[in-house]
Design a protein around this ligand. Sequence first.
Ligand code: NAD
Length: 490
Amino acid sequence: IFDEIYEIGEDGVPEFKTYIAGKWIYGEKFKDIKSPINGEVIARVSILSREQIEEAISTTYEIGREKIRDYPGEKRISSFLKAAEMMKEAFDDFVRILILDAGKPKSNAMGEVKATIERLEKTTFEFGRLIGDYIPGDWSEETLESEAIVKREPYGLILAISPFNYPLFISATKVIPALLSGNAVLLKPASADPLAPILFTRVLELSGLPKESFSLLTVPGGFMDDIVRDKRIRAITFTGSTEVGEHIIRTGGIKAYHLELGGKDPAIVLNDANIEESVEKIVKGIVTYSGQRCDAIRLILVEEDIYEQFRESLVAQLSKIEPKNPLEDENAIMGPLIDEDSANYIEEIYKDAIEKGARPLLEFRRRGNYVWPIVLEVNNEILPTLRAFNEDVFGPLALLIKVKDEDEAIEIANSSRFGLDAAVFTTCEKRARKVARKLEVGSVFINEYPRHGIGYYPFGGMKDSGIGREGIGYSLEMLTTTKTIVHNFR
Ligand code: NAD
């Protein structure tokens, strides 16, 4: 099903077209896509010209918006189910693309493709959450002879912007609910690894959904301001860094925004926790996909009476883990970081912390963009001065802090400008509830590291971690507004 969307270039590298409102076209130039695994050019992707971008927006807006609204819900669902079947057949292609393009370990790539398929299948009952309200008027004199229905309405045209770390799944979690709720959608995939979203778009095209109701904007991030400002786009759903999210709001002006931004997830380990189990889970929270996850654990706050034992076990487990080439080792847990710049950034953050007095618990190791796990022991005083604490770090780096009790742990966790998720490890239900109640975050995981799966439970951030919630049903709320229709009987 993918043969028609690329051609093989003179040097044997596939050159991909992009999709604008029903047509696959070449852009005005190509961008080389390099694999983070070894730097090889694995594909070229079309970069749209300004005229092509305008054509994509205007056709999706003028034709796609009407068509998707007139395409009944049950047909939308059967299209998504058909897309799920096509993805099952192309499962290996998607997995291989994610390994090559995003540098994912195989298990992570497989998990992402499975989650995307599951998300398509869940539209069967997700659509059932798209309901409104009936409000009787008989509660007040003034409205006695009226009643209202409150309908969920699509915004019309939605811009979905996704990050590099789950290029397929995060794109899908925006495009699926947007279309399911009757919106047309423009998808802007991350520039680093857009191949899986390109294949996904092909699957959607063949699923029977109105062809003009979606477009793929393969353009560089810096090109986006005019698009973000465009008044035909009434809502933006963005997942990415806090800095870019803030820039988008400032640029876009009055629109609806759904923003999933950076995190600084703390893991709080209380003195009654099962130490071995908590270490095992926290290690996964640090190293999975080399910590390039918004929900990765970045702060570990441990009560003083178990601190030494915890630290010893953490170091023992982490020193066994190293980044590997995912093509050579199918069981790799860690692979490369997405590019050399990201590894340089992590090294800078590391050096900043060392200069300010942090103590490394593992030797700093790096080969190109392959970075070994980093844990830095810090105290409460230097913590607020560290770039590792204040910035949206995206790598396998965590800060370990000894705390005297749960109140101090909560205070430190809440002093972060981020508020995405947190984990609490304890065998005492009452203490778990107390800590969970006081943390200023969107999700708290008790005896588990933060992980969101297909979004069956809603998630999203407080503070600088974002606005709104994602998840089955909850995403529909973000991508629709309401309209109140009042009936008068007088
Ligand atoms: P990024 O912010 O650099 O880019 C995200 C997307 O925005 C990309 O598609 C990029 O091309 C685009 N973009 C860049 N500049 C833009 C601009 N001026 N206008 C419009 N779009 C622009 O993020 P990234 O490096 O791709 O991903 C990592 C970040 O994503 C981390 O900060 C991470 O915390 C965050 N993230 C958050 C969640 C969540 O659910 N909260 C999930 C995954 C990733």
